[in-house]
Design a protein around this ligand. Structure first.
Ligand code: PDD
Length: 278
């Protein structure tokens, strides 16, 4: 059950950080999450590419372990005895004085853990879920996977308090994304529609994979923004993320989506994606 911190595999109790870490003091950090299915890490490379981009966009240092990350991830899965679960990786600049523009005086912090979770057994995969529509109050660099997750945590907790499962964000240009996922709808013609990439949403690795799988299997994909109204009247809707895979949306607040059951296009894509990661 080891974790990885700054070059070493440690037990969680041994893995400690400075209270001066800029990730703790300023929320200055970026992260990645991979699914692990049947001991295999899903889409290792596309997540590493996004990690490199997040570091570059934030001007954060690249940790010395960067080139050996694939082996470290594999070793954590082995040590954790995972069959199914996820890997979480976080990088911060490290520890320094509490000075906004200061830099860290130590090496960057690199923390990685692998945790067991029955991703394929999540009940929502089968039943679908109800979500809360929430104004998107986040900053406009949502294309970077930063650890500043306060708006997401607040939105998700508020959804759960109302008996809903998750939150979906919207702004004046339409639906942006889920609180920790990308969102798709299915149109009248059976095509899928998802917002084009921009600073307003995270370029989800699962989103990218599903767009490719859909196109390979003759399902049309339109990368085009859609409105709240278009979500509420969609034939089908679903969200995608590394850990939730593809979850049908069957209700948005009080409004039932179509007949309130996961639809055929969603089911087809679930099957294609699960076959792909297996
Ligand atoms: N979140 N959008 C947001 C805001 C996210 O936080 C995530 C993933 C996604 C989907 O990205 P991907 O398909 O690459 O996982 C989209 C992870 C799973 C998390 O925060 O735990």
């Amino acid at each position: 059950e080891d974790v990885f911190l700054n070059g070493r595999f440690l037990s969680p109790a041994e893995a400690t950080l400075s209270v001066f870490d800029r990730g703790f003091l300023f929320g200055e950090g970026i992260y990645e999450v991979w699914a692990v299915v049947g001991q295999r890490i899903v889409d290792t490379e596309s997540h590493l590419k996004r990690l490199d981009r997040s570091l570059a966009e934030c001007g954060l240092p690249t940790p010395p372990e960067r080139d050996t990350l694939p082996q470290i991830l594999t070793e954590l899965v082995r040590r954790g005895g995972l069959t199914d679960g996820f890997i979480y990786l976080q990088i911060t600049p490290g520890a320094g004085e509490r000075d906004f523009t200061g830099t860290a005086d130590t090496r960057p912090t690199l923390f990685i853990m692998a945790r067991k979770k029955d991703l394929l057994g999540a009940p929502a995969l089968e039943s679908g879920m109800a979500v809360d529509l929430v104004p998107d109050i986040r900053w406009l660099r949502r294309d970077i996977k930063t650890t500043m997750l306060m708006p997401q945590v607040m939105a998700k907790k508020n959804a759960v308090r109302q008996g809903l499962k998750d939150a979906v964000f919207y702004d004046e240009t339409g639906i942006t994304e889920g609180a920790s996922s990308n969102i798709f709808i299915v149109t009248e013609s059976g095509a899928v529609r998802t917002r084009p990439l921009s600073h307003k949403l995270l370029p989800g690795c699962t989103r990218g994979r599903i767009v490719a799988l859909a196109r390979d299997h003759g399902i049309q994909v339109h990368e085009q923004a859609f409105s709240v109204e278009e979500l509420l009247t969609a034939r089908e809707a679903f969200v995608t993320s590394a850990t939730s895979l593809i979850v049908p949306i069957i209700q948005v607040n009080e409004k039932t989506i179509a007949d309130g059951k996961p639809g055929p296009v969603t089911r087809t894509l679930q099957k294609l994606y699960i076959d792909y990661i297996h």
